[in-house]
Write a protein that binds this ligand. Structure first.
Ligand SMILES: Nc1ncnc2c1ncn2[C@@H]1O[C@H](COP(=O)(O)OP(=O)(O)OP(=O)(O)O)[C@@H](O)[C@H]1O
Ligand SMILES: [Mn+2]
Length: 523
């Protein structure tokens, strides 16, 4: 009994102490949670939240106001910032020439995300390919639909119907429009098409599969090309296969004597899209029957007269034009099958006139003469002061074009075109890429003269080029992902491995020029 008394009091003391300690721990835990969270997490999360709120309110207000042509909006989250920062990080820009690849792929969340989907998909999901753009105004669309009272009801429509053309029953409803019309209606001041528009795939499918109703020679230019018509008034520019995919241009041939290549037209469209420019009309490959799809339907005598059967029994033709339109340079089926490229035609010049501009860096079309820019290292100083290059985006647009041309080794950019409707504030059309991808074993540094001499580059272009030089996106790999979307890739790869690796080598050269510029200039 005596022993029990002190035991009971000790136990109650222990109990009180334990209760106190529990209460203190609880207090401490509450204190830590509130204080530490405030100190370490809140400042950051509040900044991010504000950005989020802004982007959401902006995009929701814009989407409420926008028409059917919606522009992509960018999710502004922490990961996006990290990915942009990664592209900005100059240390990683030459990763593909560096054998030490693992080191560069290890850090960074972006790279882990690339796993499980194609590099092309990952590239197009990257924030640099989803930059927010100002909402387009009425004047930023090339074409608008006429209201019903202005629409003409012409007789010729019925006549054409007899020739195999469909009867027109298009309304203001986009659903009734054929893909080529949707493409035309989607042309804006800053790009020829929206990469995310599902109509793009429908358009290329249309060009690759629709019945060919008409095939005539297209005038203009120096080499043979045909204008193809489809039943619902769509048109395409056809360039035939003239040489094997891996054939290299003869080193003794001046660039202006080079053949035009159908696969160059296709690959150029893919490259321009991969670079984020969207300035080349969609081009698709198609295997046609030269007898049933050209010879038997053409109304063009100059073309039909030139058909013959070769000694090997193949059906060939050569048409009438300035270069290579003779029986010594025939375009031949095997015996009827011929690979061609089909480029979606731009709206007719009567509806959407275009202006043709001579490139300040055009080459002298001569075997002997040098152009001014080849002799004067300070040539760009003059160009910079000359309208339209003296203000706006024209000069950096021209430099974008020079970079595209250098990557695919296209020396044939003597002119470029813009839509008159948009004046000087608009993108440049990158038409006619048939002489690209002629040589893979050699680069042509002179194509980069505008970049080298002006030391200017559009910021978004540079960031995307750096991204494409990372192992996780590598230009040759994304092109290897993109080109098989074309039906002709099933016949043979559209670009040989040698051409694909030339792209990586040339991209490194572009970034090298930028780096030299950065070392020379402080601004
Ligand atoms: N997709 C297109 N839609 C409408 N017009 C086009 C398209 N592509 C080219 N053109 C027009 O057709 C003309 C001839 O095209 P091509 O691609 O042969 O260029 P070119 O440089 O004139 O020819 P060449 O290289 O034989 O001299 C171009 O100058 C351009 O105005
Ligand atoms: Mn050409």
């Amino acid at each position: 009994m005596i022993r029990l008394k002190p035991g009971r009091s000790t136990r109650s003391i222990y109990l009180v102490l334990a209760g106190l300690s529990l209460a203190l721990h609880l207090l401490l835990a509450i204190f830590c949670l509130s204080v530490l969270q405030t100190a370490c997490i809140l400042p950051n999360s509040s900044t991010i939240k504000r950005t989020d709120d802004q982007s959401i309110s902006h995009s929701s207000s814009s989407s409420a106001a926008s028409s059917s042509h919606k522009l992509p909006t960018i999710p502004q989250n922490e990961e996006n910032h990290k990915l942009i920062a990664k592209a900005l990080h100059p240390k990683e820009k030459y990763s593909f020439v560096n054998a030490n690849e693992k080191k560069l792929t290890a850090p960074g969340k972006g790279i882990q995300k690339v796993k499980g989907r194609s590099k092309l998909e990952a590239l197009f999901k990257h924030p640099l390919y989803n930059l927010p753009r100002p909402e387009l105004q009425e004047a930023d669309w090339l074409l608008r639909l006429k209201t019903n009272e202005h629409a003409e009801d012409s007789e010729s429509e019925e006549e054409r119907e007899d020739e195999g053309y469909d009867k027109l029953n298009w309304t203001n409803d986009v659903e009734t429009h054929p893909p080529w019309l949707r493409f035309h209606l989607g042309i804006s001041r800053w790009e020829l098409y929206n990469r995310k528009d599902p109509n793009l795939a429908q358009l290329t499918h249309y060009l690759a599969t629709k019945q060919i109703l008409r095939a005539v020679q297209k005038t203009g230019g120096t080499q043979l090309k045909l204008l193809i018509s489809f039943p619902n008034y769509g048109e395409a520019l056809l360039k035939p296969m003239r040489q094997a995919r891996d054939a290299e241009t003869d080193v003794n041939l001046f660039y202006f004597s080079d053949f035009e290549r159908h696969n160059a037209e296709i690959a150029a469209f893919h490259l321009d899209r991969v670079l984020g420019f969207n300035r080349i009309p969609p081009v698709v490959g198609r295997l046609i029957n030269v007898t049933t799809e050209i010879r038997e339907i053409t109304t063009d005598n100059r073309l039909s007269r030139s058909f013959f059967t070769s000694p090997a029994g193949n059906i060939c033709f050569y048409g009438q034009c300035e270069y290579y339109c003779s029986s010594e340079h025939p375009v031949c089926g095997q015996p009827h099958a011929l690979e061609v490229s089909l480029a979606a035609m731009l709206p007719d010049l009567t509806i959407a006139p275009r202006r043709s501009w001579r490139s300040p860096w055009r080459r002298a079309y001569s075997h002997k003469k040098l152009a001014k820019w080849e002799k004067d290292a300070a040539y760009c100083d003059t160009v910079k002061k000359t309208p339209p290059y003296s203000h706006g985006t024209r000069l950096v647009d021209l430099i974008d074009m020079a970079i595209l041309d250098f990557l695919m080794s296209n020396m044939d950019r003597h002119h470029y075109e813009t839509f008159e409707e948009f004046g000087n504030d608009t993108f440049l059309l990158h038409l006619d890429n048939g002489r690209a991808f002629g040589r893979h074993s050699q680069d042509e540094p002179s194509i980069l003269a505008p970049l080298k001499q002006c030391c200017r580059i559009r910021r978004s272009t540079l960031l995307r080029l750096r991204l494409l030089s990372l192992t996780s996106f590598r230009l040759s790999d994304v092109m290897r992902d993109s080109l098989p979307q074309d039906p002709l890739a099933g016949v043979a790869p559209l670009l040989s491995e040698a051409h694909l690796s030339a792209l990586d080598r040339r991209l490194a050269a572009v970034l090298q020029v930028v780096q030299s510029c950065q070392e020379q200039h402080t601004d």
